[in-house]
Design a protein around this ligand. Structure first.
Ligand SMILES: Cc1cc2nc3c(=O)[nH]c(=O)nc-3n(C[C@H](O)[C@H](O)[C@H](O)COP(=O)(O)OP(=O)(O)OC[C@H]3O[C@@H](n4cnc5c(N)ncnc54)[C@H](O)[C@@H]3O)c2cc1C
Length: 391
């Protein structure tokens, strides 16, 4: 019988790849996780990552089940108790409160590196996962019985299945020429953190403005994290500002709702695009996370979709004979199960982005009317809250 270096090789140890390896810890599968970067496990207590995520209830359940959530330190977590969304007309707004949905919090805000740290620490306890860092995959060959990866250190590894968890510009997807349709939003997500003069009480705020979408997400203590989706010229302006100028500009854009802001990190920017991949599997290959789909961050759902992939793929792989994990028919089950939720989320985010990134006066009236109307319909609001929390 043919032996392989591993049953499964995951290329990319970001949040999604690392979570998948952890989700398979109780199987008999022998796993290699490859990551090009070095994990960051320690940093000063007063240093804050500008990259933060709103983790949905469904993602938190998954992360708890795989033993990662327990490693996130409570002092680095901020529950969202309510959301305030403002349109681009006076008095158009929509508010959600966790209490309306009968829960303590709508989601949790956590820094990228804190969650990544918790995943790395949990992985260190897994006897069936070998983590290889500071290596990149450089060549990929698919054969009927195996996939063979060649690394940048010259080492060659074979497995029954290779998972591409290597982000939006997936190397695995490109190596295999897997079709993908990418639409640039001609926007960037500018992120930065601030200390605020007034307490935020766990309220997340979002403004749909004529020139972009601004979000203030609560961080622990009197701090917030900003995501400003804006066009390139605005992005360049924001990145060119000094710390003080940036803090004044963001204070003003958010109508001083939390008093004066003070910068606690530099700003960074990420290009925003919609990526649709019609087929995320083929024989011996499956894609997860941003390698399989990207969405506009206005609903904060990108990594949550990736954790949804993890839950589904782990279920499929855990329920078949280890010899069959790379079969196209088995992997197709995962693809079919994810298709609907991914397309739905992509359409909702894309539709909202198009609706608000438009100067047509009729559309402006309609979108602001819709926001205010939704605010007055408790039943509809409850449905929206449930969907956002459980996605
Ligand atoms: C501005 C902005 C704000 C966002 N806010 C939110 C939010 O609030 N909530 C939310 O859910 N999502 C949010 N997202 C989306 C979220 O960032 C992504 O969905 C998530 O990071 C995807 O994780 P991933 O593990 O799939 O990919 P990545 O985080 O890109 O990880 C891929 C990993 O693969 C490694 N890698 C790549 N190529 C190779 C190779 N050849 N060999 C070895 N390793 C390799 C990389 O080093 C990296 O560690 C936001 C996105 C943006 C741009």
């Amino acid at each position: 019988m043919k032996t392989h270096d591993a049953d499964l090789i995951i290329v990319g140890g970001g949040l999604v790849g690392a979570a998948l390896a952890l989700a398979l810890k109780n199987t008999t599968l022998d796993i290699i996780l490859l990551e090009g970067r070095e994990p960051m496990l320690d940093w000063p207590a007063d240093s804050w990552d500008q990259r933060v995520y709103a983790i949905s209830r469904a993602s938190r359940t998954l992360l708890s089940e795989i033993g990662a959530w327990q490693g996130v330190r409570s002092e680095r977590l901020a529950p969202i108790s309510a959301m305030k969304i403002y349109g681009d007309a006076a008095n158009s707004r929509l508010e959600f409160a966790a209490l309306e949905a009968g829960v303590d919090e709508l989601a949790f805000i956590v820094e990228n590196r804190e969650l990544q740290r918790a995943l790395w620490l949990a992985l260190a306890e897994c006897s069936n996962v070998r983590v290889m860092t500071l290596v990149s995959a450089q060549q990929l060959q698919i054969k009927p019985e195996e996939a063979i990866l060649t690394l940048d250190n010259g080492q060659s590894l074979s497995a029954k299945l290779v998972i591409g968890a290597d982000g939006a510009n997936s190397w695995v997807r490109q190596q295999l020429g897997m079709d993908s349709n990418a639409k640039s939003y001609q926007q960037f997500g500018v992120v930065a953190n601030f200390a605020c003069e007034k307490p935020h009480y766990g309220v997340a705020r979002q403004w749909f403005m004529p020139d972009g979408i601004l979000a203030w997400l609560p961080l622990p203590g009197q701090r917030i994290s900003m995501v400003w989706a804006c066009d390139e010229s605005r992005k360049n302006e924001l990145l060119a500002l000094s710390f003080d100028e940036l803090a004044s500009c963001v204070t003003l854009a958010g109508q001083s709702q939390l008093g004066k802001l003070d910068s606690i990190t530099a700003a960074a920017a990420f290009p925003l695009k919609l990526t649709q991949v019609p087929h995320i599997t083929r024989s011996r290959i499956a894609l997860v996370g941003d390698a399989a789909h990207t969405v506009h961050p206005l609903a904060g759902q990108g990594v949550n979709l990736g954790f949804g992939d993890v839950a589904e793929l782990a279920k499929v792989l855990g329920n078949v004979h280890p010899g069959r994990i790379g079969d196209a028919l088995v992997l197709r089950r995962y693809e079919r199960a994810r298709c609907e939720s991914v397309i739905l989320m992509q359409q909702v985010c894309d539709g909202l982005q198009a609706l608000f990134n438009n100067h047509n006066p009729t559309l402006k009236t309609l979108r602001n009317f819709g926001l205010t109307l939704t605010d007055q319909l408790p039943w509809l609001k409850r449905q929206l809250i449930r969907h956002a929390m459980d996605s």
